[in-house]
Design a protein. Structure first.
Length: 198
């Protein structure tokens, strides 16, 4: 069994904000695979069923972003899932918009949701799907930037980004993280474009 945790903030106020990309991917995966978020357990909404032939629990913490670990940690323990079988999907300021990165382990990069998950699990040895949202012009706007809705041009391109993110999760499940990295850790996250040489 795998757990796919999409990070975000609950409530209509945050529905289409940059910080809620993880929720958006979880919702798109559920829709694509005919799953429903019907259960609430350990401060999270859950949807269960097969994705790419693998038993999966999709979860959306309802604790608000900074306390994501309060939902993710107890669920990982309850379902007796190894940290290596957890995939955390989250927004990332350090990547340009539309860029995807599959990453194994590592620090929190200043992302408070990731920090909370790491603290709750006592390990950083889980998989992440990082979704680029770009950066504001000045650092003092970071908090307001992540809680703002996407701009019009971004909204127009958002469906394609969500589709690619779902493809990356499905590749992780069907063929493993290394295969997903080879296909999606490229500029723009487009598996049809080669990685530019440096």
């Amino acid at each position: 069994m795998k757990i796919i945790a999409g990070l975000g903030n609950p409530g209509e106020r945050y529905l289409f904000t940059r910080h809620n990309l993880g929720f958006m991917v979880a919702d798109r995966l559920a829709l694509s695979h005919h799953l429903s978020f019907r259960r609430k357990k350990f401060d999270a909404l859950l949807a269960e069923g097969p994705i790419a032939g693998v038993p999966v629990i999709l979860l959306k913490p309802q604790t608000y972003m900074n306390l994501s670990g309060k939902a993710v940690g107890p669920l990982v323990q309850f379902f007796k899932v190894d940290a290596a079988d957890l995939v955390v999907v989250h927004d990332d300021l350090d990547l340009p918009f539309e860029t995807l990165r599959v990453k194994e382990g590592g620090g929190d990069g200043g992302h408070k949701g990731l920090q909370s998950v790491i603290e709750s699990l006592g390990t950083d040895a889980f998989l992440r799907l990082r979704l680029g949202i770009g950066k504001p012009v000045t650092k003092d706007r970071v908090e307001s930037y992540v809680l703002e809705p996407f701009g019009k041009e971004e909204r127009d391109r958002l469906p394609a980004l969500l589709e690619k993110a779902c493809g990356a999760v499905e590749e992780i499940l069907s063929s493993g993280p290394r295969s997903a990295m080879n296909k999606f850790n490229i500029r723009g996250g487009d598996p049809n474009l080669p990685e530019p040489s440096s």
